[in-house]
Design a protein around this ligand. Sequence first.
Ligand SMILES: Nc1ncnc2c1ncn2[C@@H]1O[C@H](COP(=O)(O)OP(=O)(O)OP(=O)(O)O)[C@@H](O)[C@H]1O
Ligand SMILES: [Mg+2]
Length: 416
Amino acid sequence: MASRDIIVGLDLGTTKVTTIIAEVDDQGAQLIGLGHCESQGMQRGVVINIEKTVEAIKESVLQAERMAGLQVESVIAGIAGDHIHSMNSKGVIAISRRNVKDRTGEITQADVDRVVEAAKAVNLPMDREVLHVLPQEFAVDDQKHIKDPIGMAGVRLEADVHIITGQVALAQNIYRCVERAGMRVRDLVLEPLASSYSVISEDERDIGVGLLDMGGGTSDIAVFHEGSIRMTSVIGLGGENVTRDLSIGLRTPFDQAERIKLAHGHCYLPNVERQEEVEIPGIGGRPPTRVSRQQIAEFIQPRMEELFELAMAEMRKANVWEMLNGGIVLTGGASEIEGAAELAQEIFELPVKVGQPTGLGGLMETARSPIYATGVGLVLYGLEGRDPFLAMEGADESTVFRKILRRMRAWFEDFF
Ligand SMILES: Nc1ncnc2c1ncn2[C@@H]1O[C@H](COP(=O)(O)OP(=O)(O)OP(=O)(O)O)[C@@H](O)[C@H]1O
Ligand SMILES: [Mg+2]
């Protein structure tokens, strides 16, 4: 092993690729390199253009390498939760080892395994794989809501299960892009899980907290309680939707609307300086116009409200709302808009804060933005579980994949 240990986090977002290089010593990890490059090769966490993604990775990594004065060999890459789906399914079997007289049988572990296997037999597209199957409850003949049916007598056993699937090809695309950019993938980590490492404290994880990572194309939800991840979900709204609304509202191109949003955007009307005016350059030779910040906020607030309401509905649907004793932590670029915490607090009726990434020494001011929550979190994730990753160096693609799938299963081990 090299004299100094290096961990690199690579966040492939919808809008940008960021690289965080950290040097590890006895004291912990120090940030020594940061790269940030706009990207158009990804959409909602999925590679849509390999060339563009590879170019953005190269550029982002090169920036970070120059700052750190070293060459990156391997990275821990983020993978969006977007393609990790969960669904409910049912299995039914006839109970074996029947008693000849009354034709019933006693349920054994083998029966339970069989019925779970039957429930797993769902029609999945070719490119999906089952990552985990979680039995919820059983029914024996007409008796429902049984948690543990072993030892009971009956003819028919039914199981309700929760199945988590992932699209392996999408993970493979991320893997290939990194390889084509000349590096190895040490691991792929679910992005909201990575972000949680940099913006959520252990106390919060224990008492229960919801993380909402508001990106460009999507917003990821992750709920933690009693130290474990309890739920993850993705909603298809992010900062780009806000910009699009503003672009339509102000009748100005997307890029212009983005600039206005970053400089003057606000999403909580009660706190907006009403009179303050902003100049909007005219398009196609038209003269510039002036709008008030209040008008700008009027275009932004409804979309932000929708995003928070959808997130709340998802968490309620998954029965995790009652776990949020520690409230909600917002992160990701779209959480940086002024008024985000205030608006969210009003909608959630829970304490809300915007989480800036922490946990790495030497974090310069620029890296303290929620935009870097995932990148910094990937490094911290790598720091916690360093040994297994290092063992993967030099492994071939299929070995790495088997390991990654096993790890993904492990994330959901103590779900529910
Ligand atoms: N200061 C700011 N104020 C308002 N919005 C901002 C600010 N900075 C960034 N954003 C918005 O954040 C979004 C990008 O966030 P982020 O970098 O977290 O996304 P991403 O990781 O590229 O995307 P995703 O996670 O969806 O794949 C953009 O829509 C951008 O407009
Ligand atoms: Mg992101």
